[in-house]
Design a protein around this ligand. Structure first.
Ligand code: DGL
Length: 270
């Protein structure tokens, strides 16, 4: 049976929310992660730069043995997916399209809210893909640039964070959205605050779960119970690998917050 090491990349540590979900759904799958911490944030970069970074990030993962690429970064997925698919000869998964499918499936009034970085909002990918699937839908977008630094600082329960989330949600609620896509790697960590402030009438789509489901479906479809044994160490434990392009003194602590566990981090130049 074939072996499919999963290469996952992001602008930094946020993509570990996707790693966490993939590990939950496919505990034995070997994971190779690349976080471009030296060039983060991607959320304010131009399309041209994001395409270049996405290609370099994917090339790096392939050089380490990845056979599937997962674009965990929403800013990169929103702007560079088509170019990356054209460039690569491997299956490419990303966080946007499975979230579009889920949002269209669960909305009742067709009003779908998107929270994301400036790059994701500027890409226009959601206003393009959602009506293509659900022509009656209306998409309301909100860039939320303050949320990434708040999450990285660990301000997950602070009053200030609650106030800022409330402010970002106000225009979405005023537009009557009943479904909300957490369109950034960092927002799943704010899910308790976002769902509380959104209220019971709004359903939340977590793209880290949606992309993990599509990767699982693909892998199971390719070979049922996959043979991941070749990726295991002599102790029988598989070893996931985590590469970052910059390792600052506080990085390990942030990684633990996102992943829920301590892992070995390797610094690389890409
Ligand atoms: N990973 C980015 C995203 O999901 C957020 C952080 C950044 O701006 O680089 O869009």
């Amino acid at each position: 049976m074939e072996n499919w090491p999963i290469g996952i990349f992001d602008s930094g540590v946020g993509g570990l929310t996707v790693v966490r979900e993939i590990k939950r759904m496919l505990p034995r799958a070997p994971i190779i992660y690349f976080g471009d911490t030296a060039r983060t944030p991607y959320g304010i970069k131009s399309r041209k730069t994001l395409i270049r970074y996405a290609i370099e990030d994917a090339d790096f993962l392939i050089s380490k043995g990845a056979r599937i690429i997962v674009i965990a970064c929403h800013s990169a997925a929103s702007t560079a997916t088509a170019e990356l698919r054209r460039y690569l000869d491997l299956p490419v998964f990303e966080v946007v399209s499975p979230s579009v499918t889920q949002a269209c499936a669960i909305t009742r009034n067709g009003r779908i809210g998107i929270m994301g970085t400036r790059a994701t909002v500027a890409s226009g990918v959601y206003p393009e893909l959602i009506p293509a699937k659900l022509p009656s839908a209306t998409v309301v977008q909100q860039a939320c640039p303050l949320l990434v630094p708040l999450v990285e600082e660990g301000w997950l329960k602070r009053r200030e964070t609650r106030m800022i989330v409330k402010g970002y949600l106000r225009p979405l609620k005023n537009q009557g959205v009943d479904t909300l896509v957490l369109g950034c790697t960092h927002y799943p960590l704010l899910k308790p605050i976002i769902t509380a402030k959104a209220g019971r009438k709004i359903r939340v789509v977590d793209p880290s779960e949606e992309v993990a489901k599509s990767v699982r479906e693909f892998i199971l479809g390719m070979g049922g119970e996959m043979d991941f044994h070749r990726e295991t160490s002599s102790t029988g434990e598989k070893r996931d690998r985590f590469y970052l392009s910059d390792l600052a003194p506080h990085t390990a602590e942030i990684v633990k917050r996102f992943l829920g566990e301590q892992v070995v981090l390797e610094e690389v130049i890409v």
